[in-house]
Design a protein around this ligand. Structure first.
Ligand SMILES: Nc1ncnc2c1ncn2[C@@H]1O[C@H](COP(=O)(O)OP(=O)(O)O)[C@@H](O)[C@H]1O
Ligand SMILES: [Mg+2]
Length: 461
């Protein structure tokens, strides 16, 4: 009962019934009015004709000095279906004209009567319980008004005339209702069927099944658009779930690798398989580095999770950016010298930012680390700071192998590593999330084989 499928056609029908009822009432009213006017005109004509006839007869009778002929009132009544009355003085003394008589007082407008004018009215004849519609025409003989001839018809006869009209209207209304009900039902089904299908699909998706079949709809209307959006949403949900699964698998894998190494060395030490002090030292060394790696990995994962949930604590300090970049740069000068890498920095501005200095350092260090990892000995690495149009940019460029076009977005995903990387693939993912958290961005500008250039931009607030 509450469903749209039911309510739409019902609403449709109610609207049609109301509209038809109003139209029918107006039509019947109009018809009634016309019928009444029609009847009155007819009565007026009869009364006037009768009065003429009566006057002529009376005049002729008085001139010829003979008795007035019997007036065929009963026959006239039968022929016209009208009741005839006479009110007033009888112009034929002693004559029975066969007309029913009325008191003159039934005429509502005595003045008009005296002025010799016709009039119409309603009245209840003596001995009758029906109301009659009547027209009175004065009987003028010479210039004297003797009385009035009244032609009357039961008012109920009018009703008989418009009854067939009402019946026909009702029939038409009923037929219209049937058609409308069919149409409404069909329309509501067309409208609600995709909605019902979408609801079912939503249930499926909620249960984790993303391969639901969605209804075919015309793309133009609202429901079509809703279906398209729903399809989009389902696809994205599926992708998100896939990413999550991959992420978990990568995490487990990354955690297990160092753990396996540690476990192996600990077992060897415990079983006394490592005998000389040198080997033992080497084993302990592996355990130490692998534990460090684990600790770093867990720290990175925590960072990533917090960044994702926007629960990352960010300091707000006055930061001299040149100093931050300088300190990240200095940390690698020794290595650059040893590997004869051309290593230089260039400052095009000296901005002071309101930001988290440690996080900026983390990003820049990460970029420089990557550059050193991928640049061959004798290559070139540069760090540049610039300010333009309200943004500060720190760029780290290298002469390494660059990044393949299909990898340019992937390298920013967690755990994505290129061939030959010993890292976890979390560095750039964290760096980009951090850049976003600081209100900036991290982008790659790389031509395959001609090195890469990572650019961190920050708003110059
Ligand atoms: N300067 C660079 N030159 C070439 N490739 C790079 C550079 N920096 C990063 N990459 C690619 O991006 C991948 C992801 O980098 P990153 O997130 O720092 O993880 P990791 O350094 O642990 O591998 C790297 O494995 C490498 O394939
Ligand atoms: Mg890295």
């Amino acid at each position: 009962m509450r469903s749209l499928r039911f309510r739409l056609p019902v609403l449709f029908l109610v609207a049609i019934v109301v509209a038809s009822a109003v139209a029918a009432v107006i039509a019947v009213g109009l018809f009634q009015n016309v019928a009444r006017q029609d009847s009155l005109r007819e009565l007026r004509r009869q009364a006037s004709g009768l009065a003429d006839l009566y006057a002529n007869q009376a005049l002729a009778a008085s001139e010829e000095g003979r008795r007035a002929p019997r007036f065929a009132a009963a026959r006239l009544e039968r022929a016209t279906g009208t009741r005839l009355y006479y009110a007033g003085l009888n112009p034929f003394p002693g004559d029975d004209s066969g007309l029913r008589t009325l008191e003159l007082s039934v005429l509502p407008d005595q003045e008009a009567f005296r002025a010799g004018e016709p009039q119409t009215f309603e009245f209840r004849p003596p001995g009758q319980d029906r109301v009659y519609l009547a027209a009175a025409h004065p009987l003028n003989i010479g210039d004297q008004t003797f009385g009035a001839l009244v032609a009357a018809k039961p008012r109920a006869e009018l009703q008989e005339r418009w009854q067939p009209l009402v019946e026909r209207l009702a029939l038409a209304l009923l037929a219209g209702l049937f058609v409308a009900a069919g149409l409404g039902w069909y329309l509501s089904r067309r409208l609600t069927a995709p909605v019902v299908a979408l609801t079912r699909a939503t249930d499926e998706v909620a249960r984790g099944r993303y391969d639901v079949v969605l209804p075919r709809t015309r793309k133009r209307d609202e429901i079509g658009r809703l279906t398209e959006r729903f399809r989009d949403m389902t696809r994205r949900l599926a992708e998100a779930e896939e990413r999550e699964r991959n992420f978990l698998m990568s995490v487990s894998h990354e955690l297990r690798t160092p753990l396996t190494a540690i476990r192996g060395h600990v077992d060897a030490l415990a079983e006394g398989l490592v005998e000389d002090a040198e080997s033992r030292e080497a084993s302990l060394d592996v355990i130490r580095t692998e534990s460090d790696r684990l600790a770093r990995l867990v720290g990175d994962l925590l960072d990533l999770a917090r960044l994702d949930a926007h629960r990352f604590p960010l300091a707000q300090d006055e930061v001299e950016l040149c100093r931050v970049v300088e300190s990240a740069f200095q940390a690698r000068t020794e290595e650059a010298k040893r590997r004869s890498i051309e290593y230089e920095q260039w400052f095009g501005a000296d901005p002071v930012l309101h930001t988290d200095g440690d996080r900026v350092l983390q990003i820049v260090t990460n970029l420089i680390d990557n550059a050193f990892r991928w640049t061959p000995d004798g290559g070139r690495i540069s760090v540049e700071l610039e300010a333009a149009n309200g943004t500060i940019s720190v760029a780290v460029a290298d002469s390494g192998p660059g990044v393949r076009p299909e990898d340019r977005e992937r390298i920013f995903r967690p755990f994505y590593t290129g061939q030959g990387s010993q890292g976890t693939g979390l560095g750039l993912a964290i760096a980009r999330e951090l850049a976003h958290a600081l209100g900036g961005d991290l982008r790659l500008d790389s031509a395959n084989g001609r090195g890469s250039r990572f650019e961190l931009t920050l708003p110059a607030r």
